[in-house]
Ligand binder design. Structure first.
Ligand SMILES: [Fe+2]
Ligand SMILES: [Fe+2]
Length: 312
């Protein structure tokens, strides 16, 4: 409950790598998501890397352009197993060259695949495996339960599925030698607590944003959701899911979405909420508490962009 969770005083959220880049920016986009969370409370400061995109190289190039680093990152959080959120992990561990805590759901290493007309496509973590990663210095904390990461910050743990319209996708896993529907139970979020309300960071949001919001309210005891940041997986979603999700989002002050939200999903949210919605790109930065409501999402200044026009 919130009495124990406490509040953050400030957070800098930087999108290190996402599918897209904004107009006239020098960043390297790459399918997936990776977000740096620089978090401060009255008694603590902590840097968390939320997801690792599908490759580490764009993350390091973009960090340099943003004059940021992973030096103070003490925890890597993996929102779920899909390669566009996890394939960058090995490269990051190698570059860090130090032990680091990785928080995820216990099923994150399960097989996860699509069955397409032209064959099976693995989309989970295929290489390296948990042993390889532990040998590189990873200290795994695998938990189905919510975990407090610092004052004002907790993981969602496994998100309860209660809505009828946020349905499972055509993904498969193997249980006891049998190919079965994959339930994507590992899909999880990080929840930041501010006096203004909760800020929920999502990866792909396979659990569904409405389920995620209900779950966040249940585990924190806080009703107010101040902002959502991340992917909402409206791509290929049913009309019912999009409609009901957009209806639920009306209670949220700010929606900062990208990645698997998809063009049509973003268009629908923008139509419904106007300036309360912003598309996030590689290089987007959001500061909480929001200082200037007319530009809640910023990027590096033009003069810094120009410095990187010839970046190699
Ligand atoms: Fe995903
Ligand atoms: Fe994704």
């Amino acid at each position: 409950m919130i009495e124990e969770l406490g509040y953050l005083t400030e957070a800098d959220i930087s999108v290190l790598a996402e599918d897209s880049i904004a107009f006239d920016t020098p960043f390297l986009g790459r399918f997936g998501l990776s977000v740096l969370l620089e978090l401060r409370s009255d008694d603590c400061e902590k840097h968390i890397l939320y997801d690792t995109n599908s490759e580490s190289a764009p993350i390091f190039r973009n960090l340099k352009i943003m004059s940021k680093s992973l030096d103070k990152v003490s925890t890597i959080f993996l929102s779920h197993c899909h390669y566009d959120h996890t394939d960058g992990l090995a490269g990051i561990l190698e570059a860090l060259g130090r032990p680091i805590s990785v928080v995820a759901h216990p099923e994150i290493f399960r097989p996860c695949f699509e069955i397409n007309p032209d064959g099976i496509r693995q989309i989970g973590i295929v290489d390296p495996n948990i042993t390889d990663l532990e040998q590189k210095g990873t200290i795994f904390t695998l938990s189905r339960e919510p975990l407090n990461l610092m004052t004002g910050v907790m993981t969602s743990g496994e998100i309860e599925r209660v809505t009828s319209f946020e349905v499972l996708e055509d993904l498969y896993t193997i249980v006891d030698g049998e190919v079965v529907q994959d339930h994507e139970r590992d899909d999880s979020a990080v929840i930041l607590s501010f006096e203004e309300g909760l800020v929920i960071i999502t990866g792909c949001c396979h659990a569904g944003i409405v389920n995620t919001m209900i779950h966040a309210r249940n585990i924190t005891g806080v009703d107010k959701i101040h902002a959502i940041v991340g992917g909402l997986h409206f791509i290929d979603a049913s009309e019912e899911k999009i409609e009901k999700s957009i209806e639920a989002l009306k209670e949220v002050d700010w929606i900062f979405a990208g990645h698997c939200t998809g063009f049509d999903g973003m268009r629908r949210i923008a139509n419904a909420y106007g300036d309360r919605f912003s598309r996030i790109h590689t290089g987007s930065m959001i500061h909480f508490p929001i200082q200037d409501p007319t530009t809640p999402v910023t990027t590096i200044p033009t003069n810094v962009r120009d410095l990187h026009r010839l970046y190699e």
